[in-house]
Design a protein around this ligand. Structure first.
Ligand SMILES: [Fe+2]
Ligand SMILES: [Fe+2]
Length: 195
C-alpha cells in the first residue's frame, strides 16, 4: 500500500501527461474525472455480473465464484462510498459556500438517493453471503444492482457537466491542489484500479 505522500507525488507527477488530454480540467477535476471513468468501467463489470445479467443455463457459477463476485461487489461499493463521502464532506460544502448552492443541493439529493440504493444492495449482498438468501434475494439483488447502475450512471454524467468540468473556475488553484492531497488521504477508487 502506497503512503499518503507517495500517492500524492505519484498523481502530481502525472500532471504533464494529463495536461495533454484534459487541458480544461483543474488538477482536482482531472483526478475526479479519472475516478469517474474507473467507476464507469466498474459499473460495466457490475452490469455483467451474473446477479444482474443472468448467464444462460449451463454457464452457472460455482459457489466459490459466486461468493468471490459478491465480495468484489462489496469492495466496489466501499470504494464508491469513499468517493461519494469526499464530495459530500469536503468538495460540495466549499462550492456551495462560494457560488453554487442550488447545484450542490440537487447533486446532494441524488447522492442521498444513490446511497439508499447502495445500502439496500449492500445489505442484500451480505445476506446472500451469509447464506440467508434464496431465489427471492437473488432477484432483489438484481433489481437493486440495476437501480444502482442507472442512478449512478446518470449522476456521474450530470456531476461532470455541473461541477467537474468547471472546477477550474470554481476553486482557486491553491484550494484545488490542497483538495487533491486531502482526497489522497482516502482509499481512492482510481488507485485501487491502477495499483
Ligand atoms: Fe457524486
Ligand atoms: Fe463523483
Amino acid at each position: 500500500m502506497r503512503s499518503y505522500a507517495a500517492k500524492c507525488a505519484w498523481h502530481k507527477g502525472r500532471r504533464g501527461l494529463k495536461g495533454q488530454f484534459m487541458g480544461r480540467l483543474s488538477e482536482l477535476g482531472g483526478l475526479l474525472h479519472e475516478e469517474h471513468f474507473r467507476i464507469v468501467v466498474w459499473l460495466g463489470d457490475l452490469k455483467n455480473h451474473p446477479f444482474v445479467t443472468p448467464i444462460p443455463q449451463g454457464g452457472g457459477q460455482s459457489l466459490q465464484e459466486e461468493r468471490q463476485g459478491l465480495r468484489h461487489l462489496l469492495e466496489g461499493l466501499d470504494a464508491f462510498s469513499q468517493h461519494d463521502a469526499f464530495e459530500e464532506e469536503t468538495l460540495f460544502p466549499l462550492i456551495a459556500e462560494q457560488c453554487l448552492p442550488r447545484t450542490v443541493n440537487y447533486l446532494h439529493r441524488e447522492h442521498a438517493k444513490i446511497n439508499t440504493t447502495v445500502a439496500k444492495l449492500r445489505s442484500l449482498v451480505v445476506s446472500r453471503l451469509q447464506r440467508r438468501g434464496d431465489a427471492t434475494v437473488c432477484a432483489q439483488i438484481m433489481q437493486a444492482a440495476n437501480d444502482f447502475y442507472r442512478e449512478l450512471f446518470d449522476h456521474l454524467a450530470r456531476e461532470e457537466d455541473l461541477i467537474i468540468q468547471r472546477l477550474r473556475s470554481l476553486l482557486d488553484p491553491e484550494t484545488d491542489s490542497r483538495l487533491v492531497c486531502e482526497h489522497f488521504a482516502r482509499p481512492l477508487f482510481a488507485l485501487r484500479a491502477v495499483g
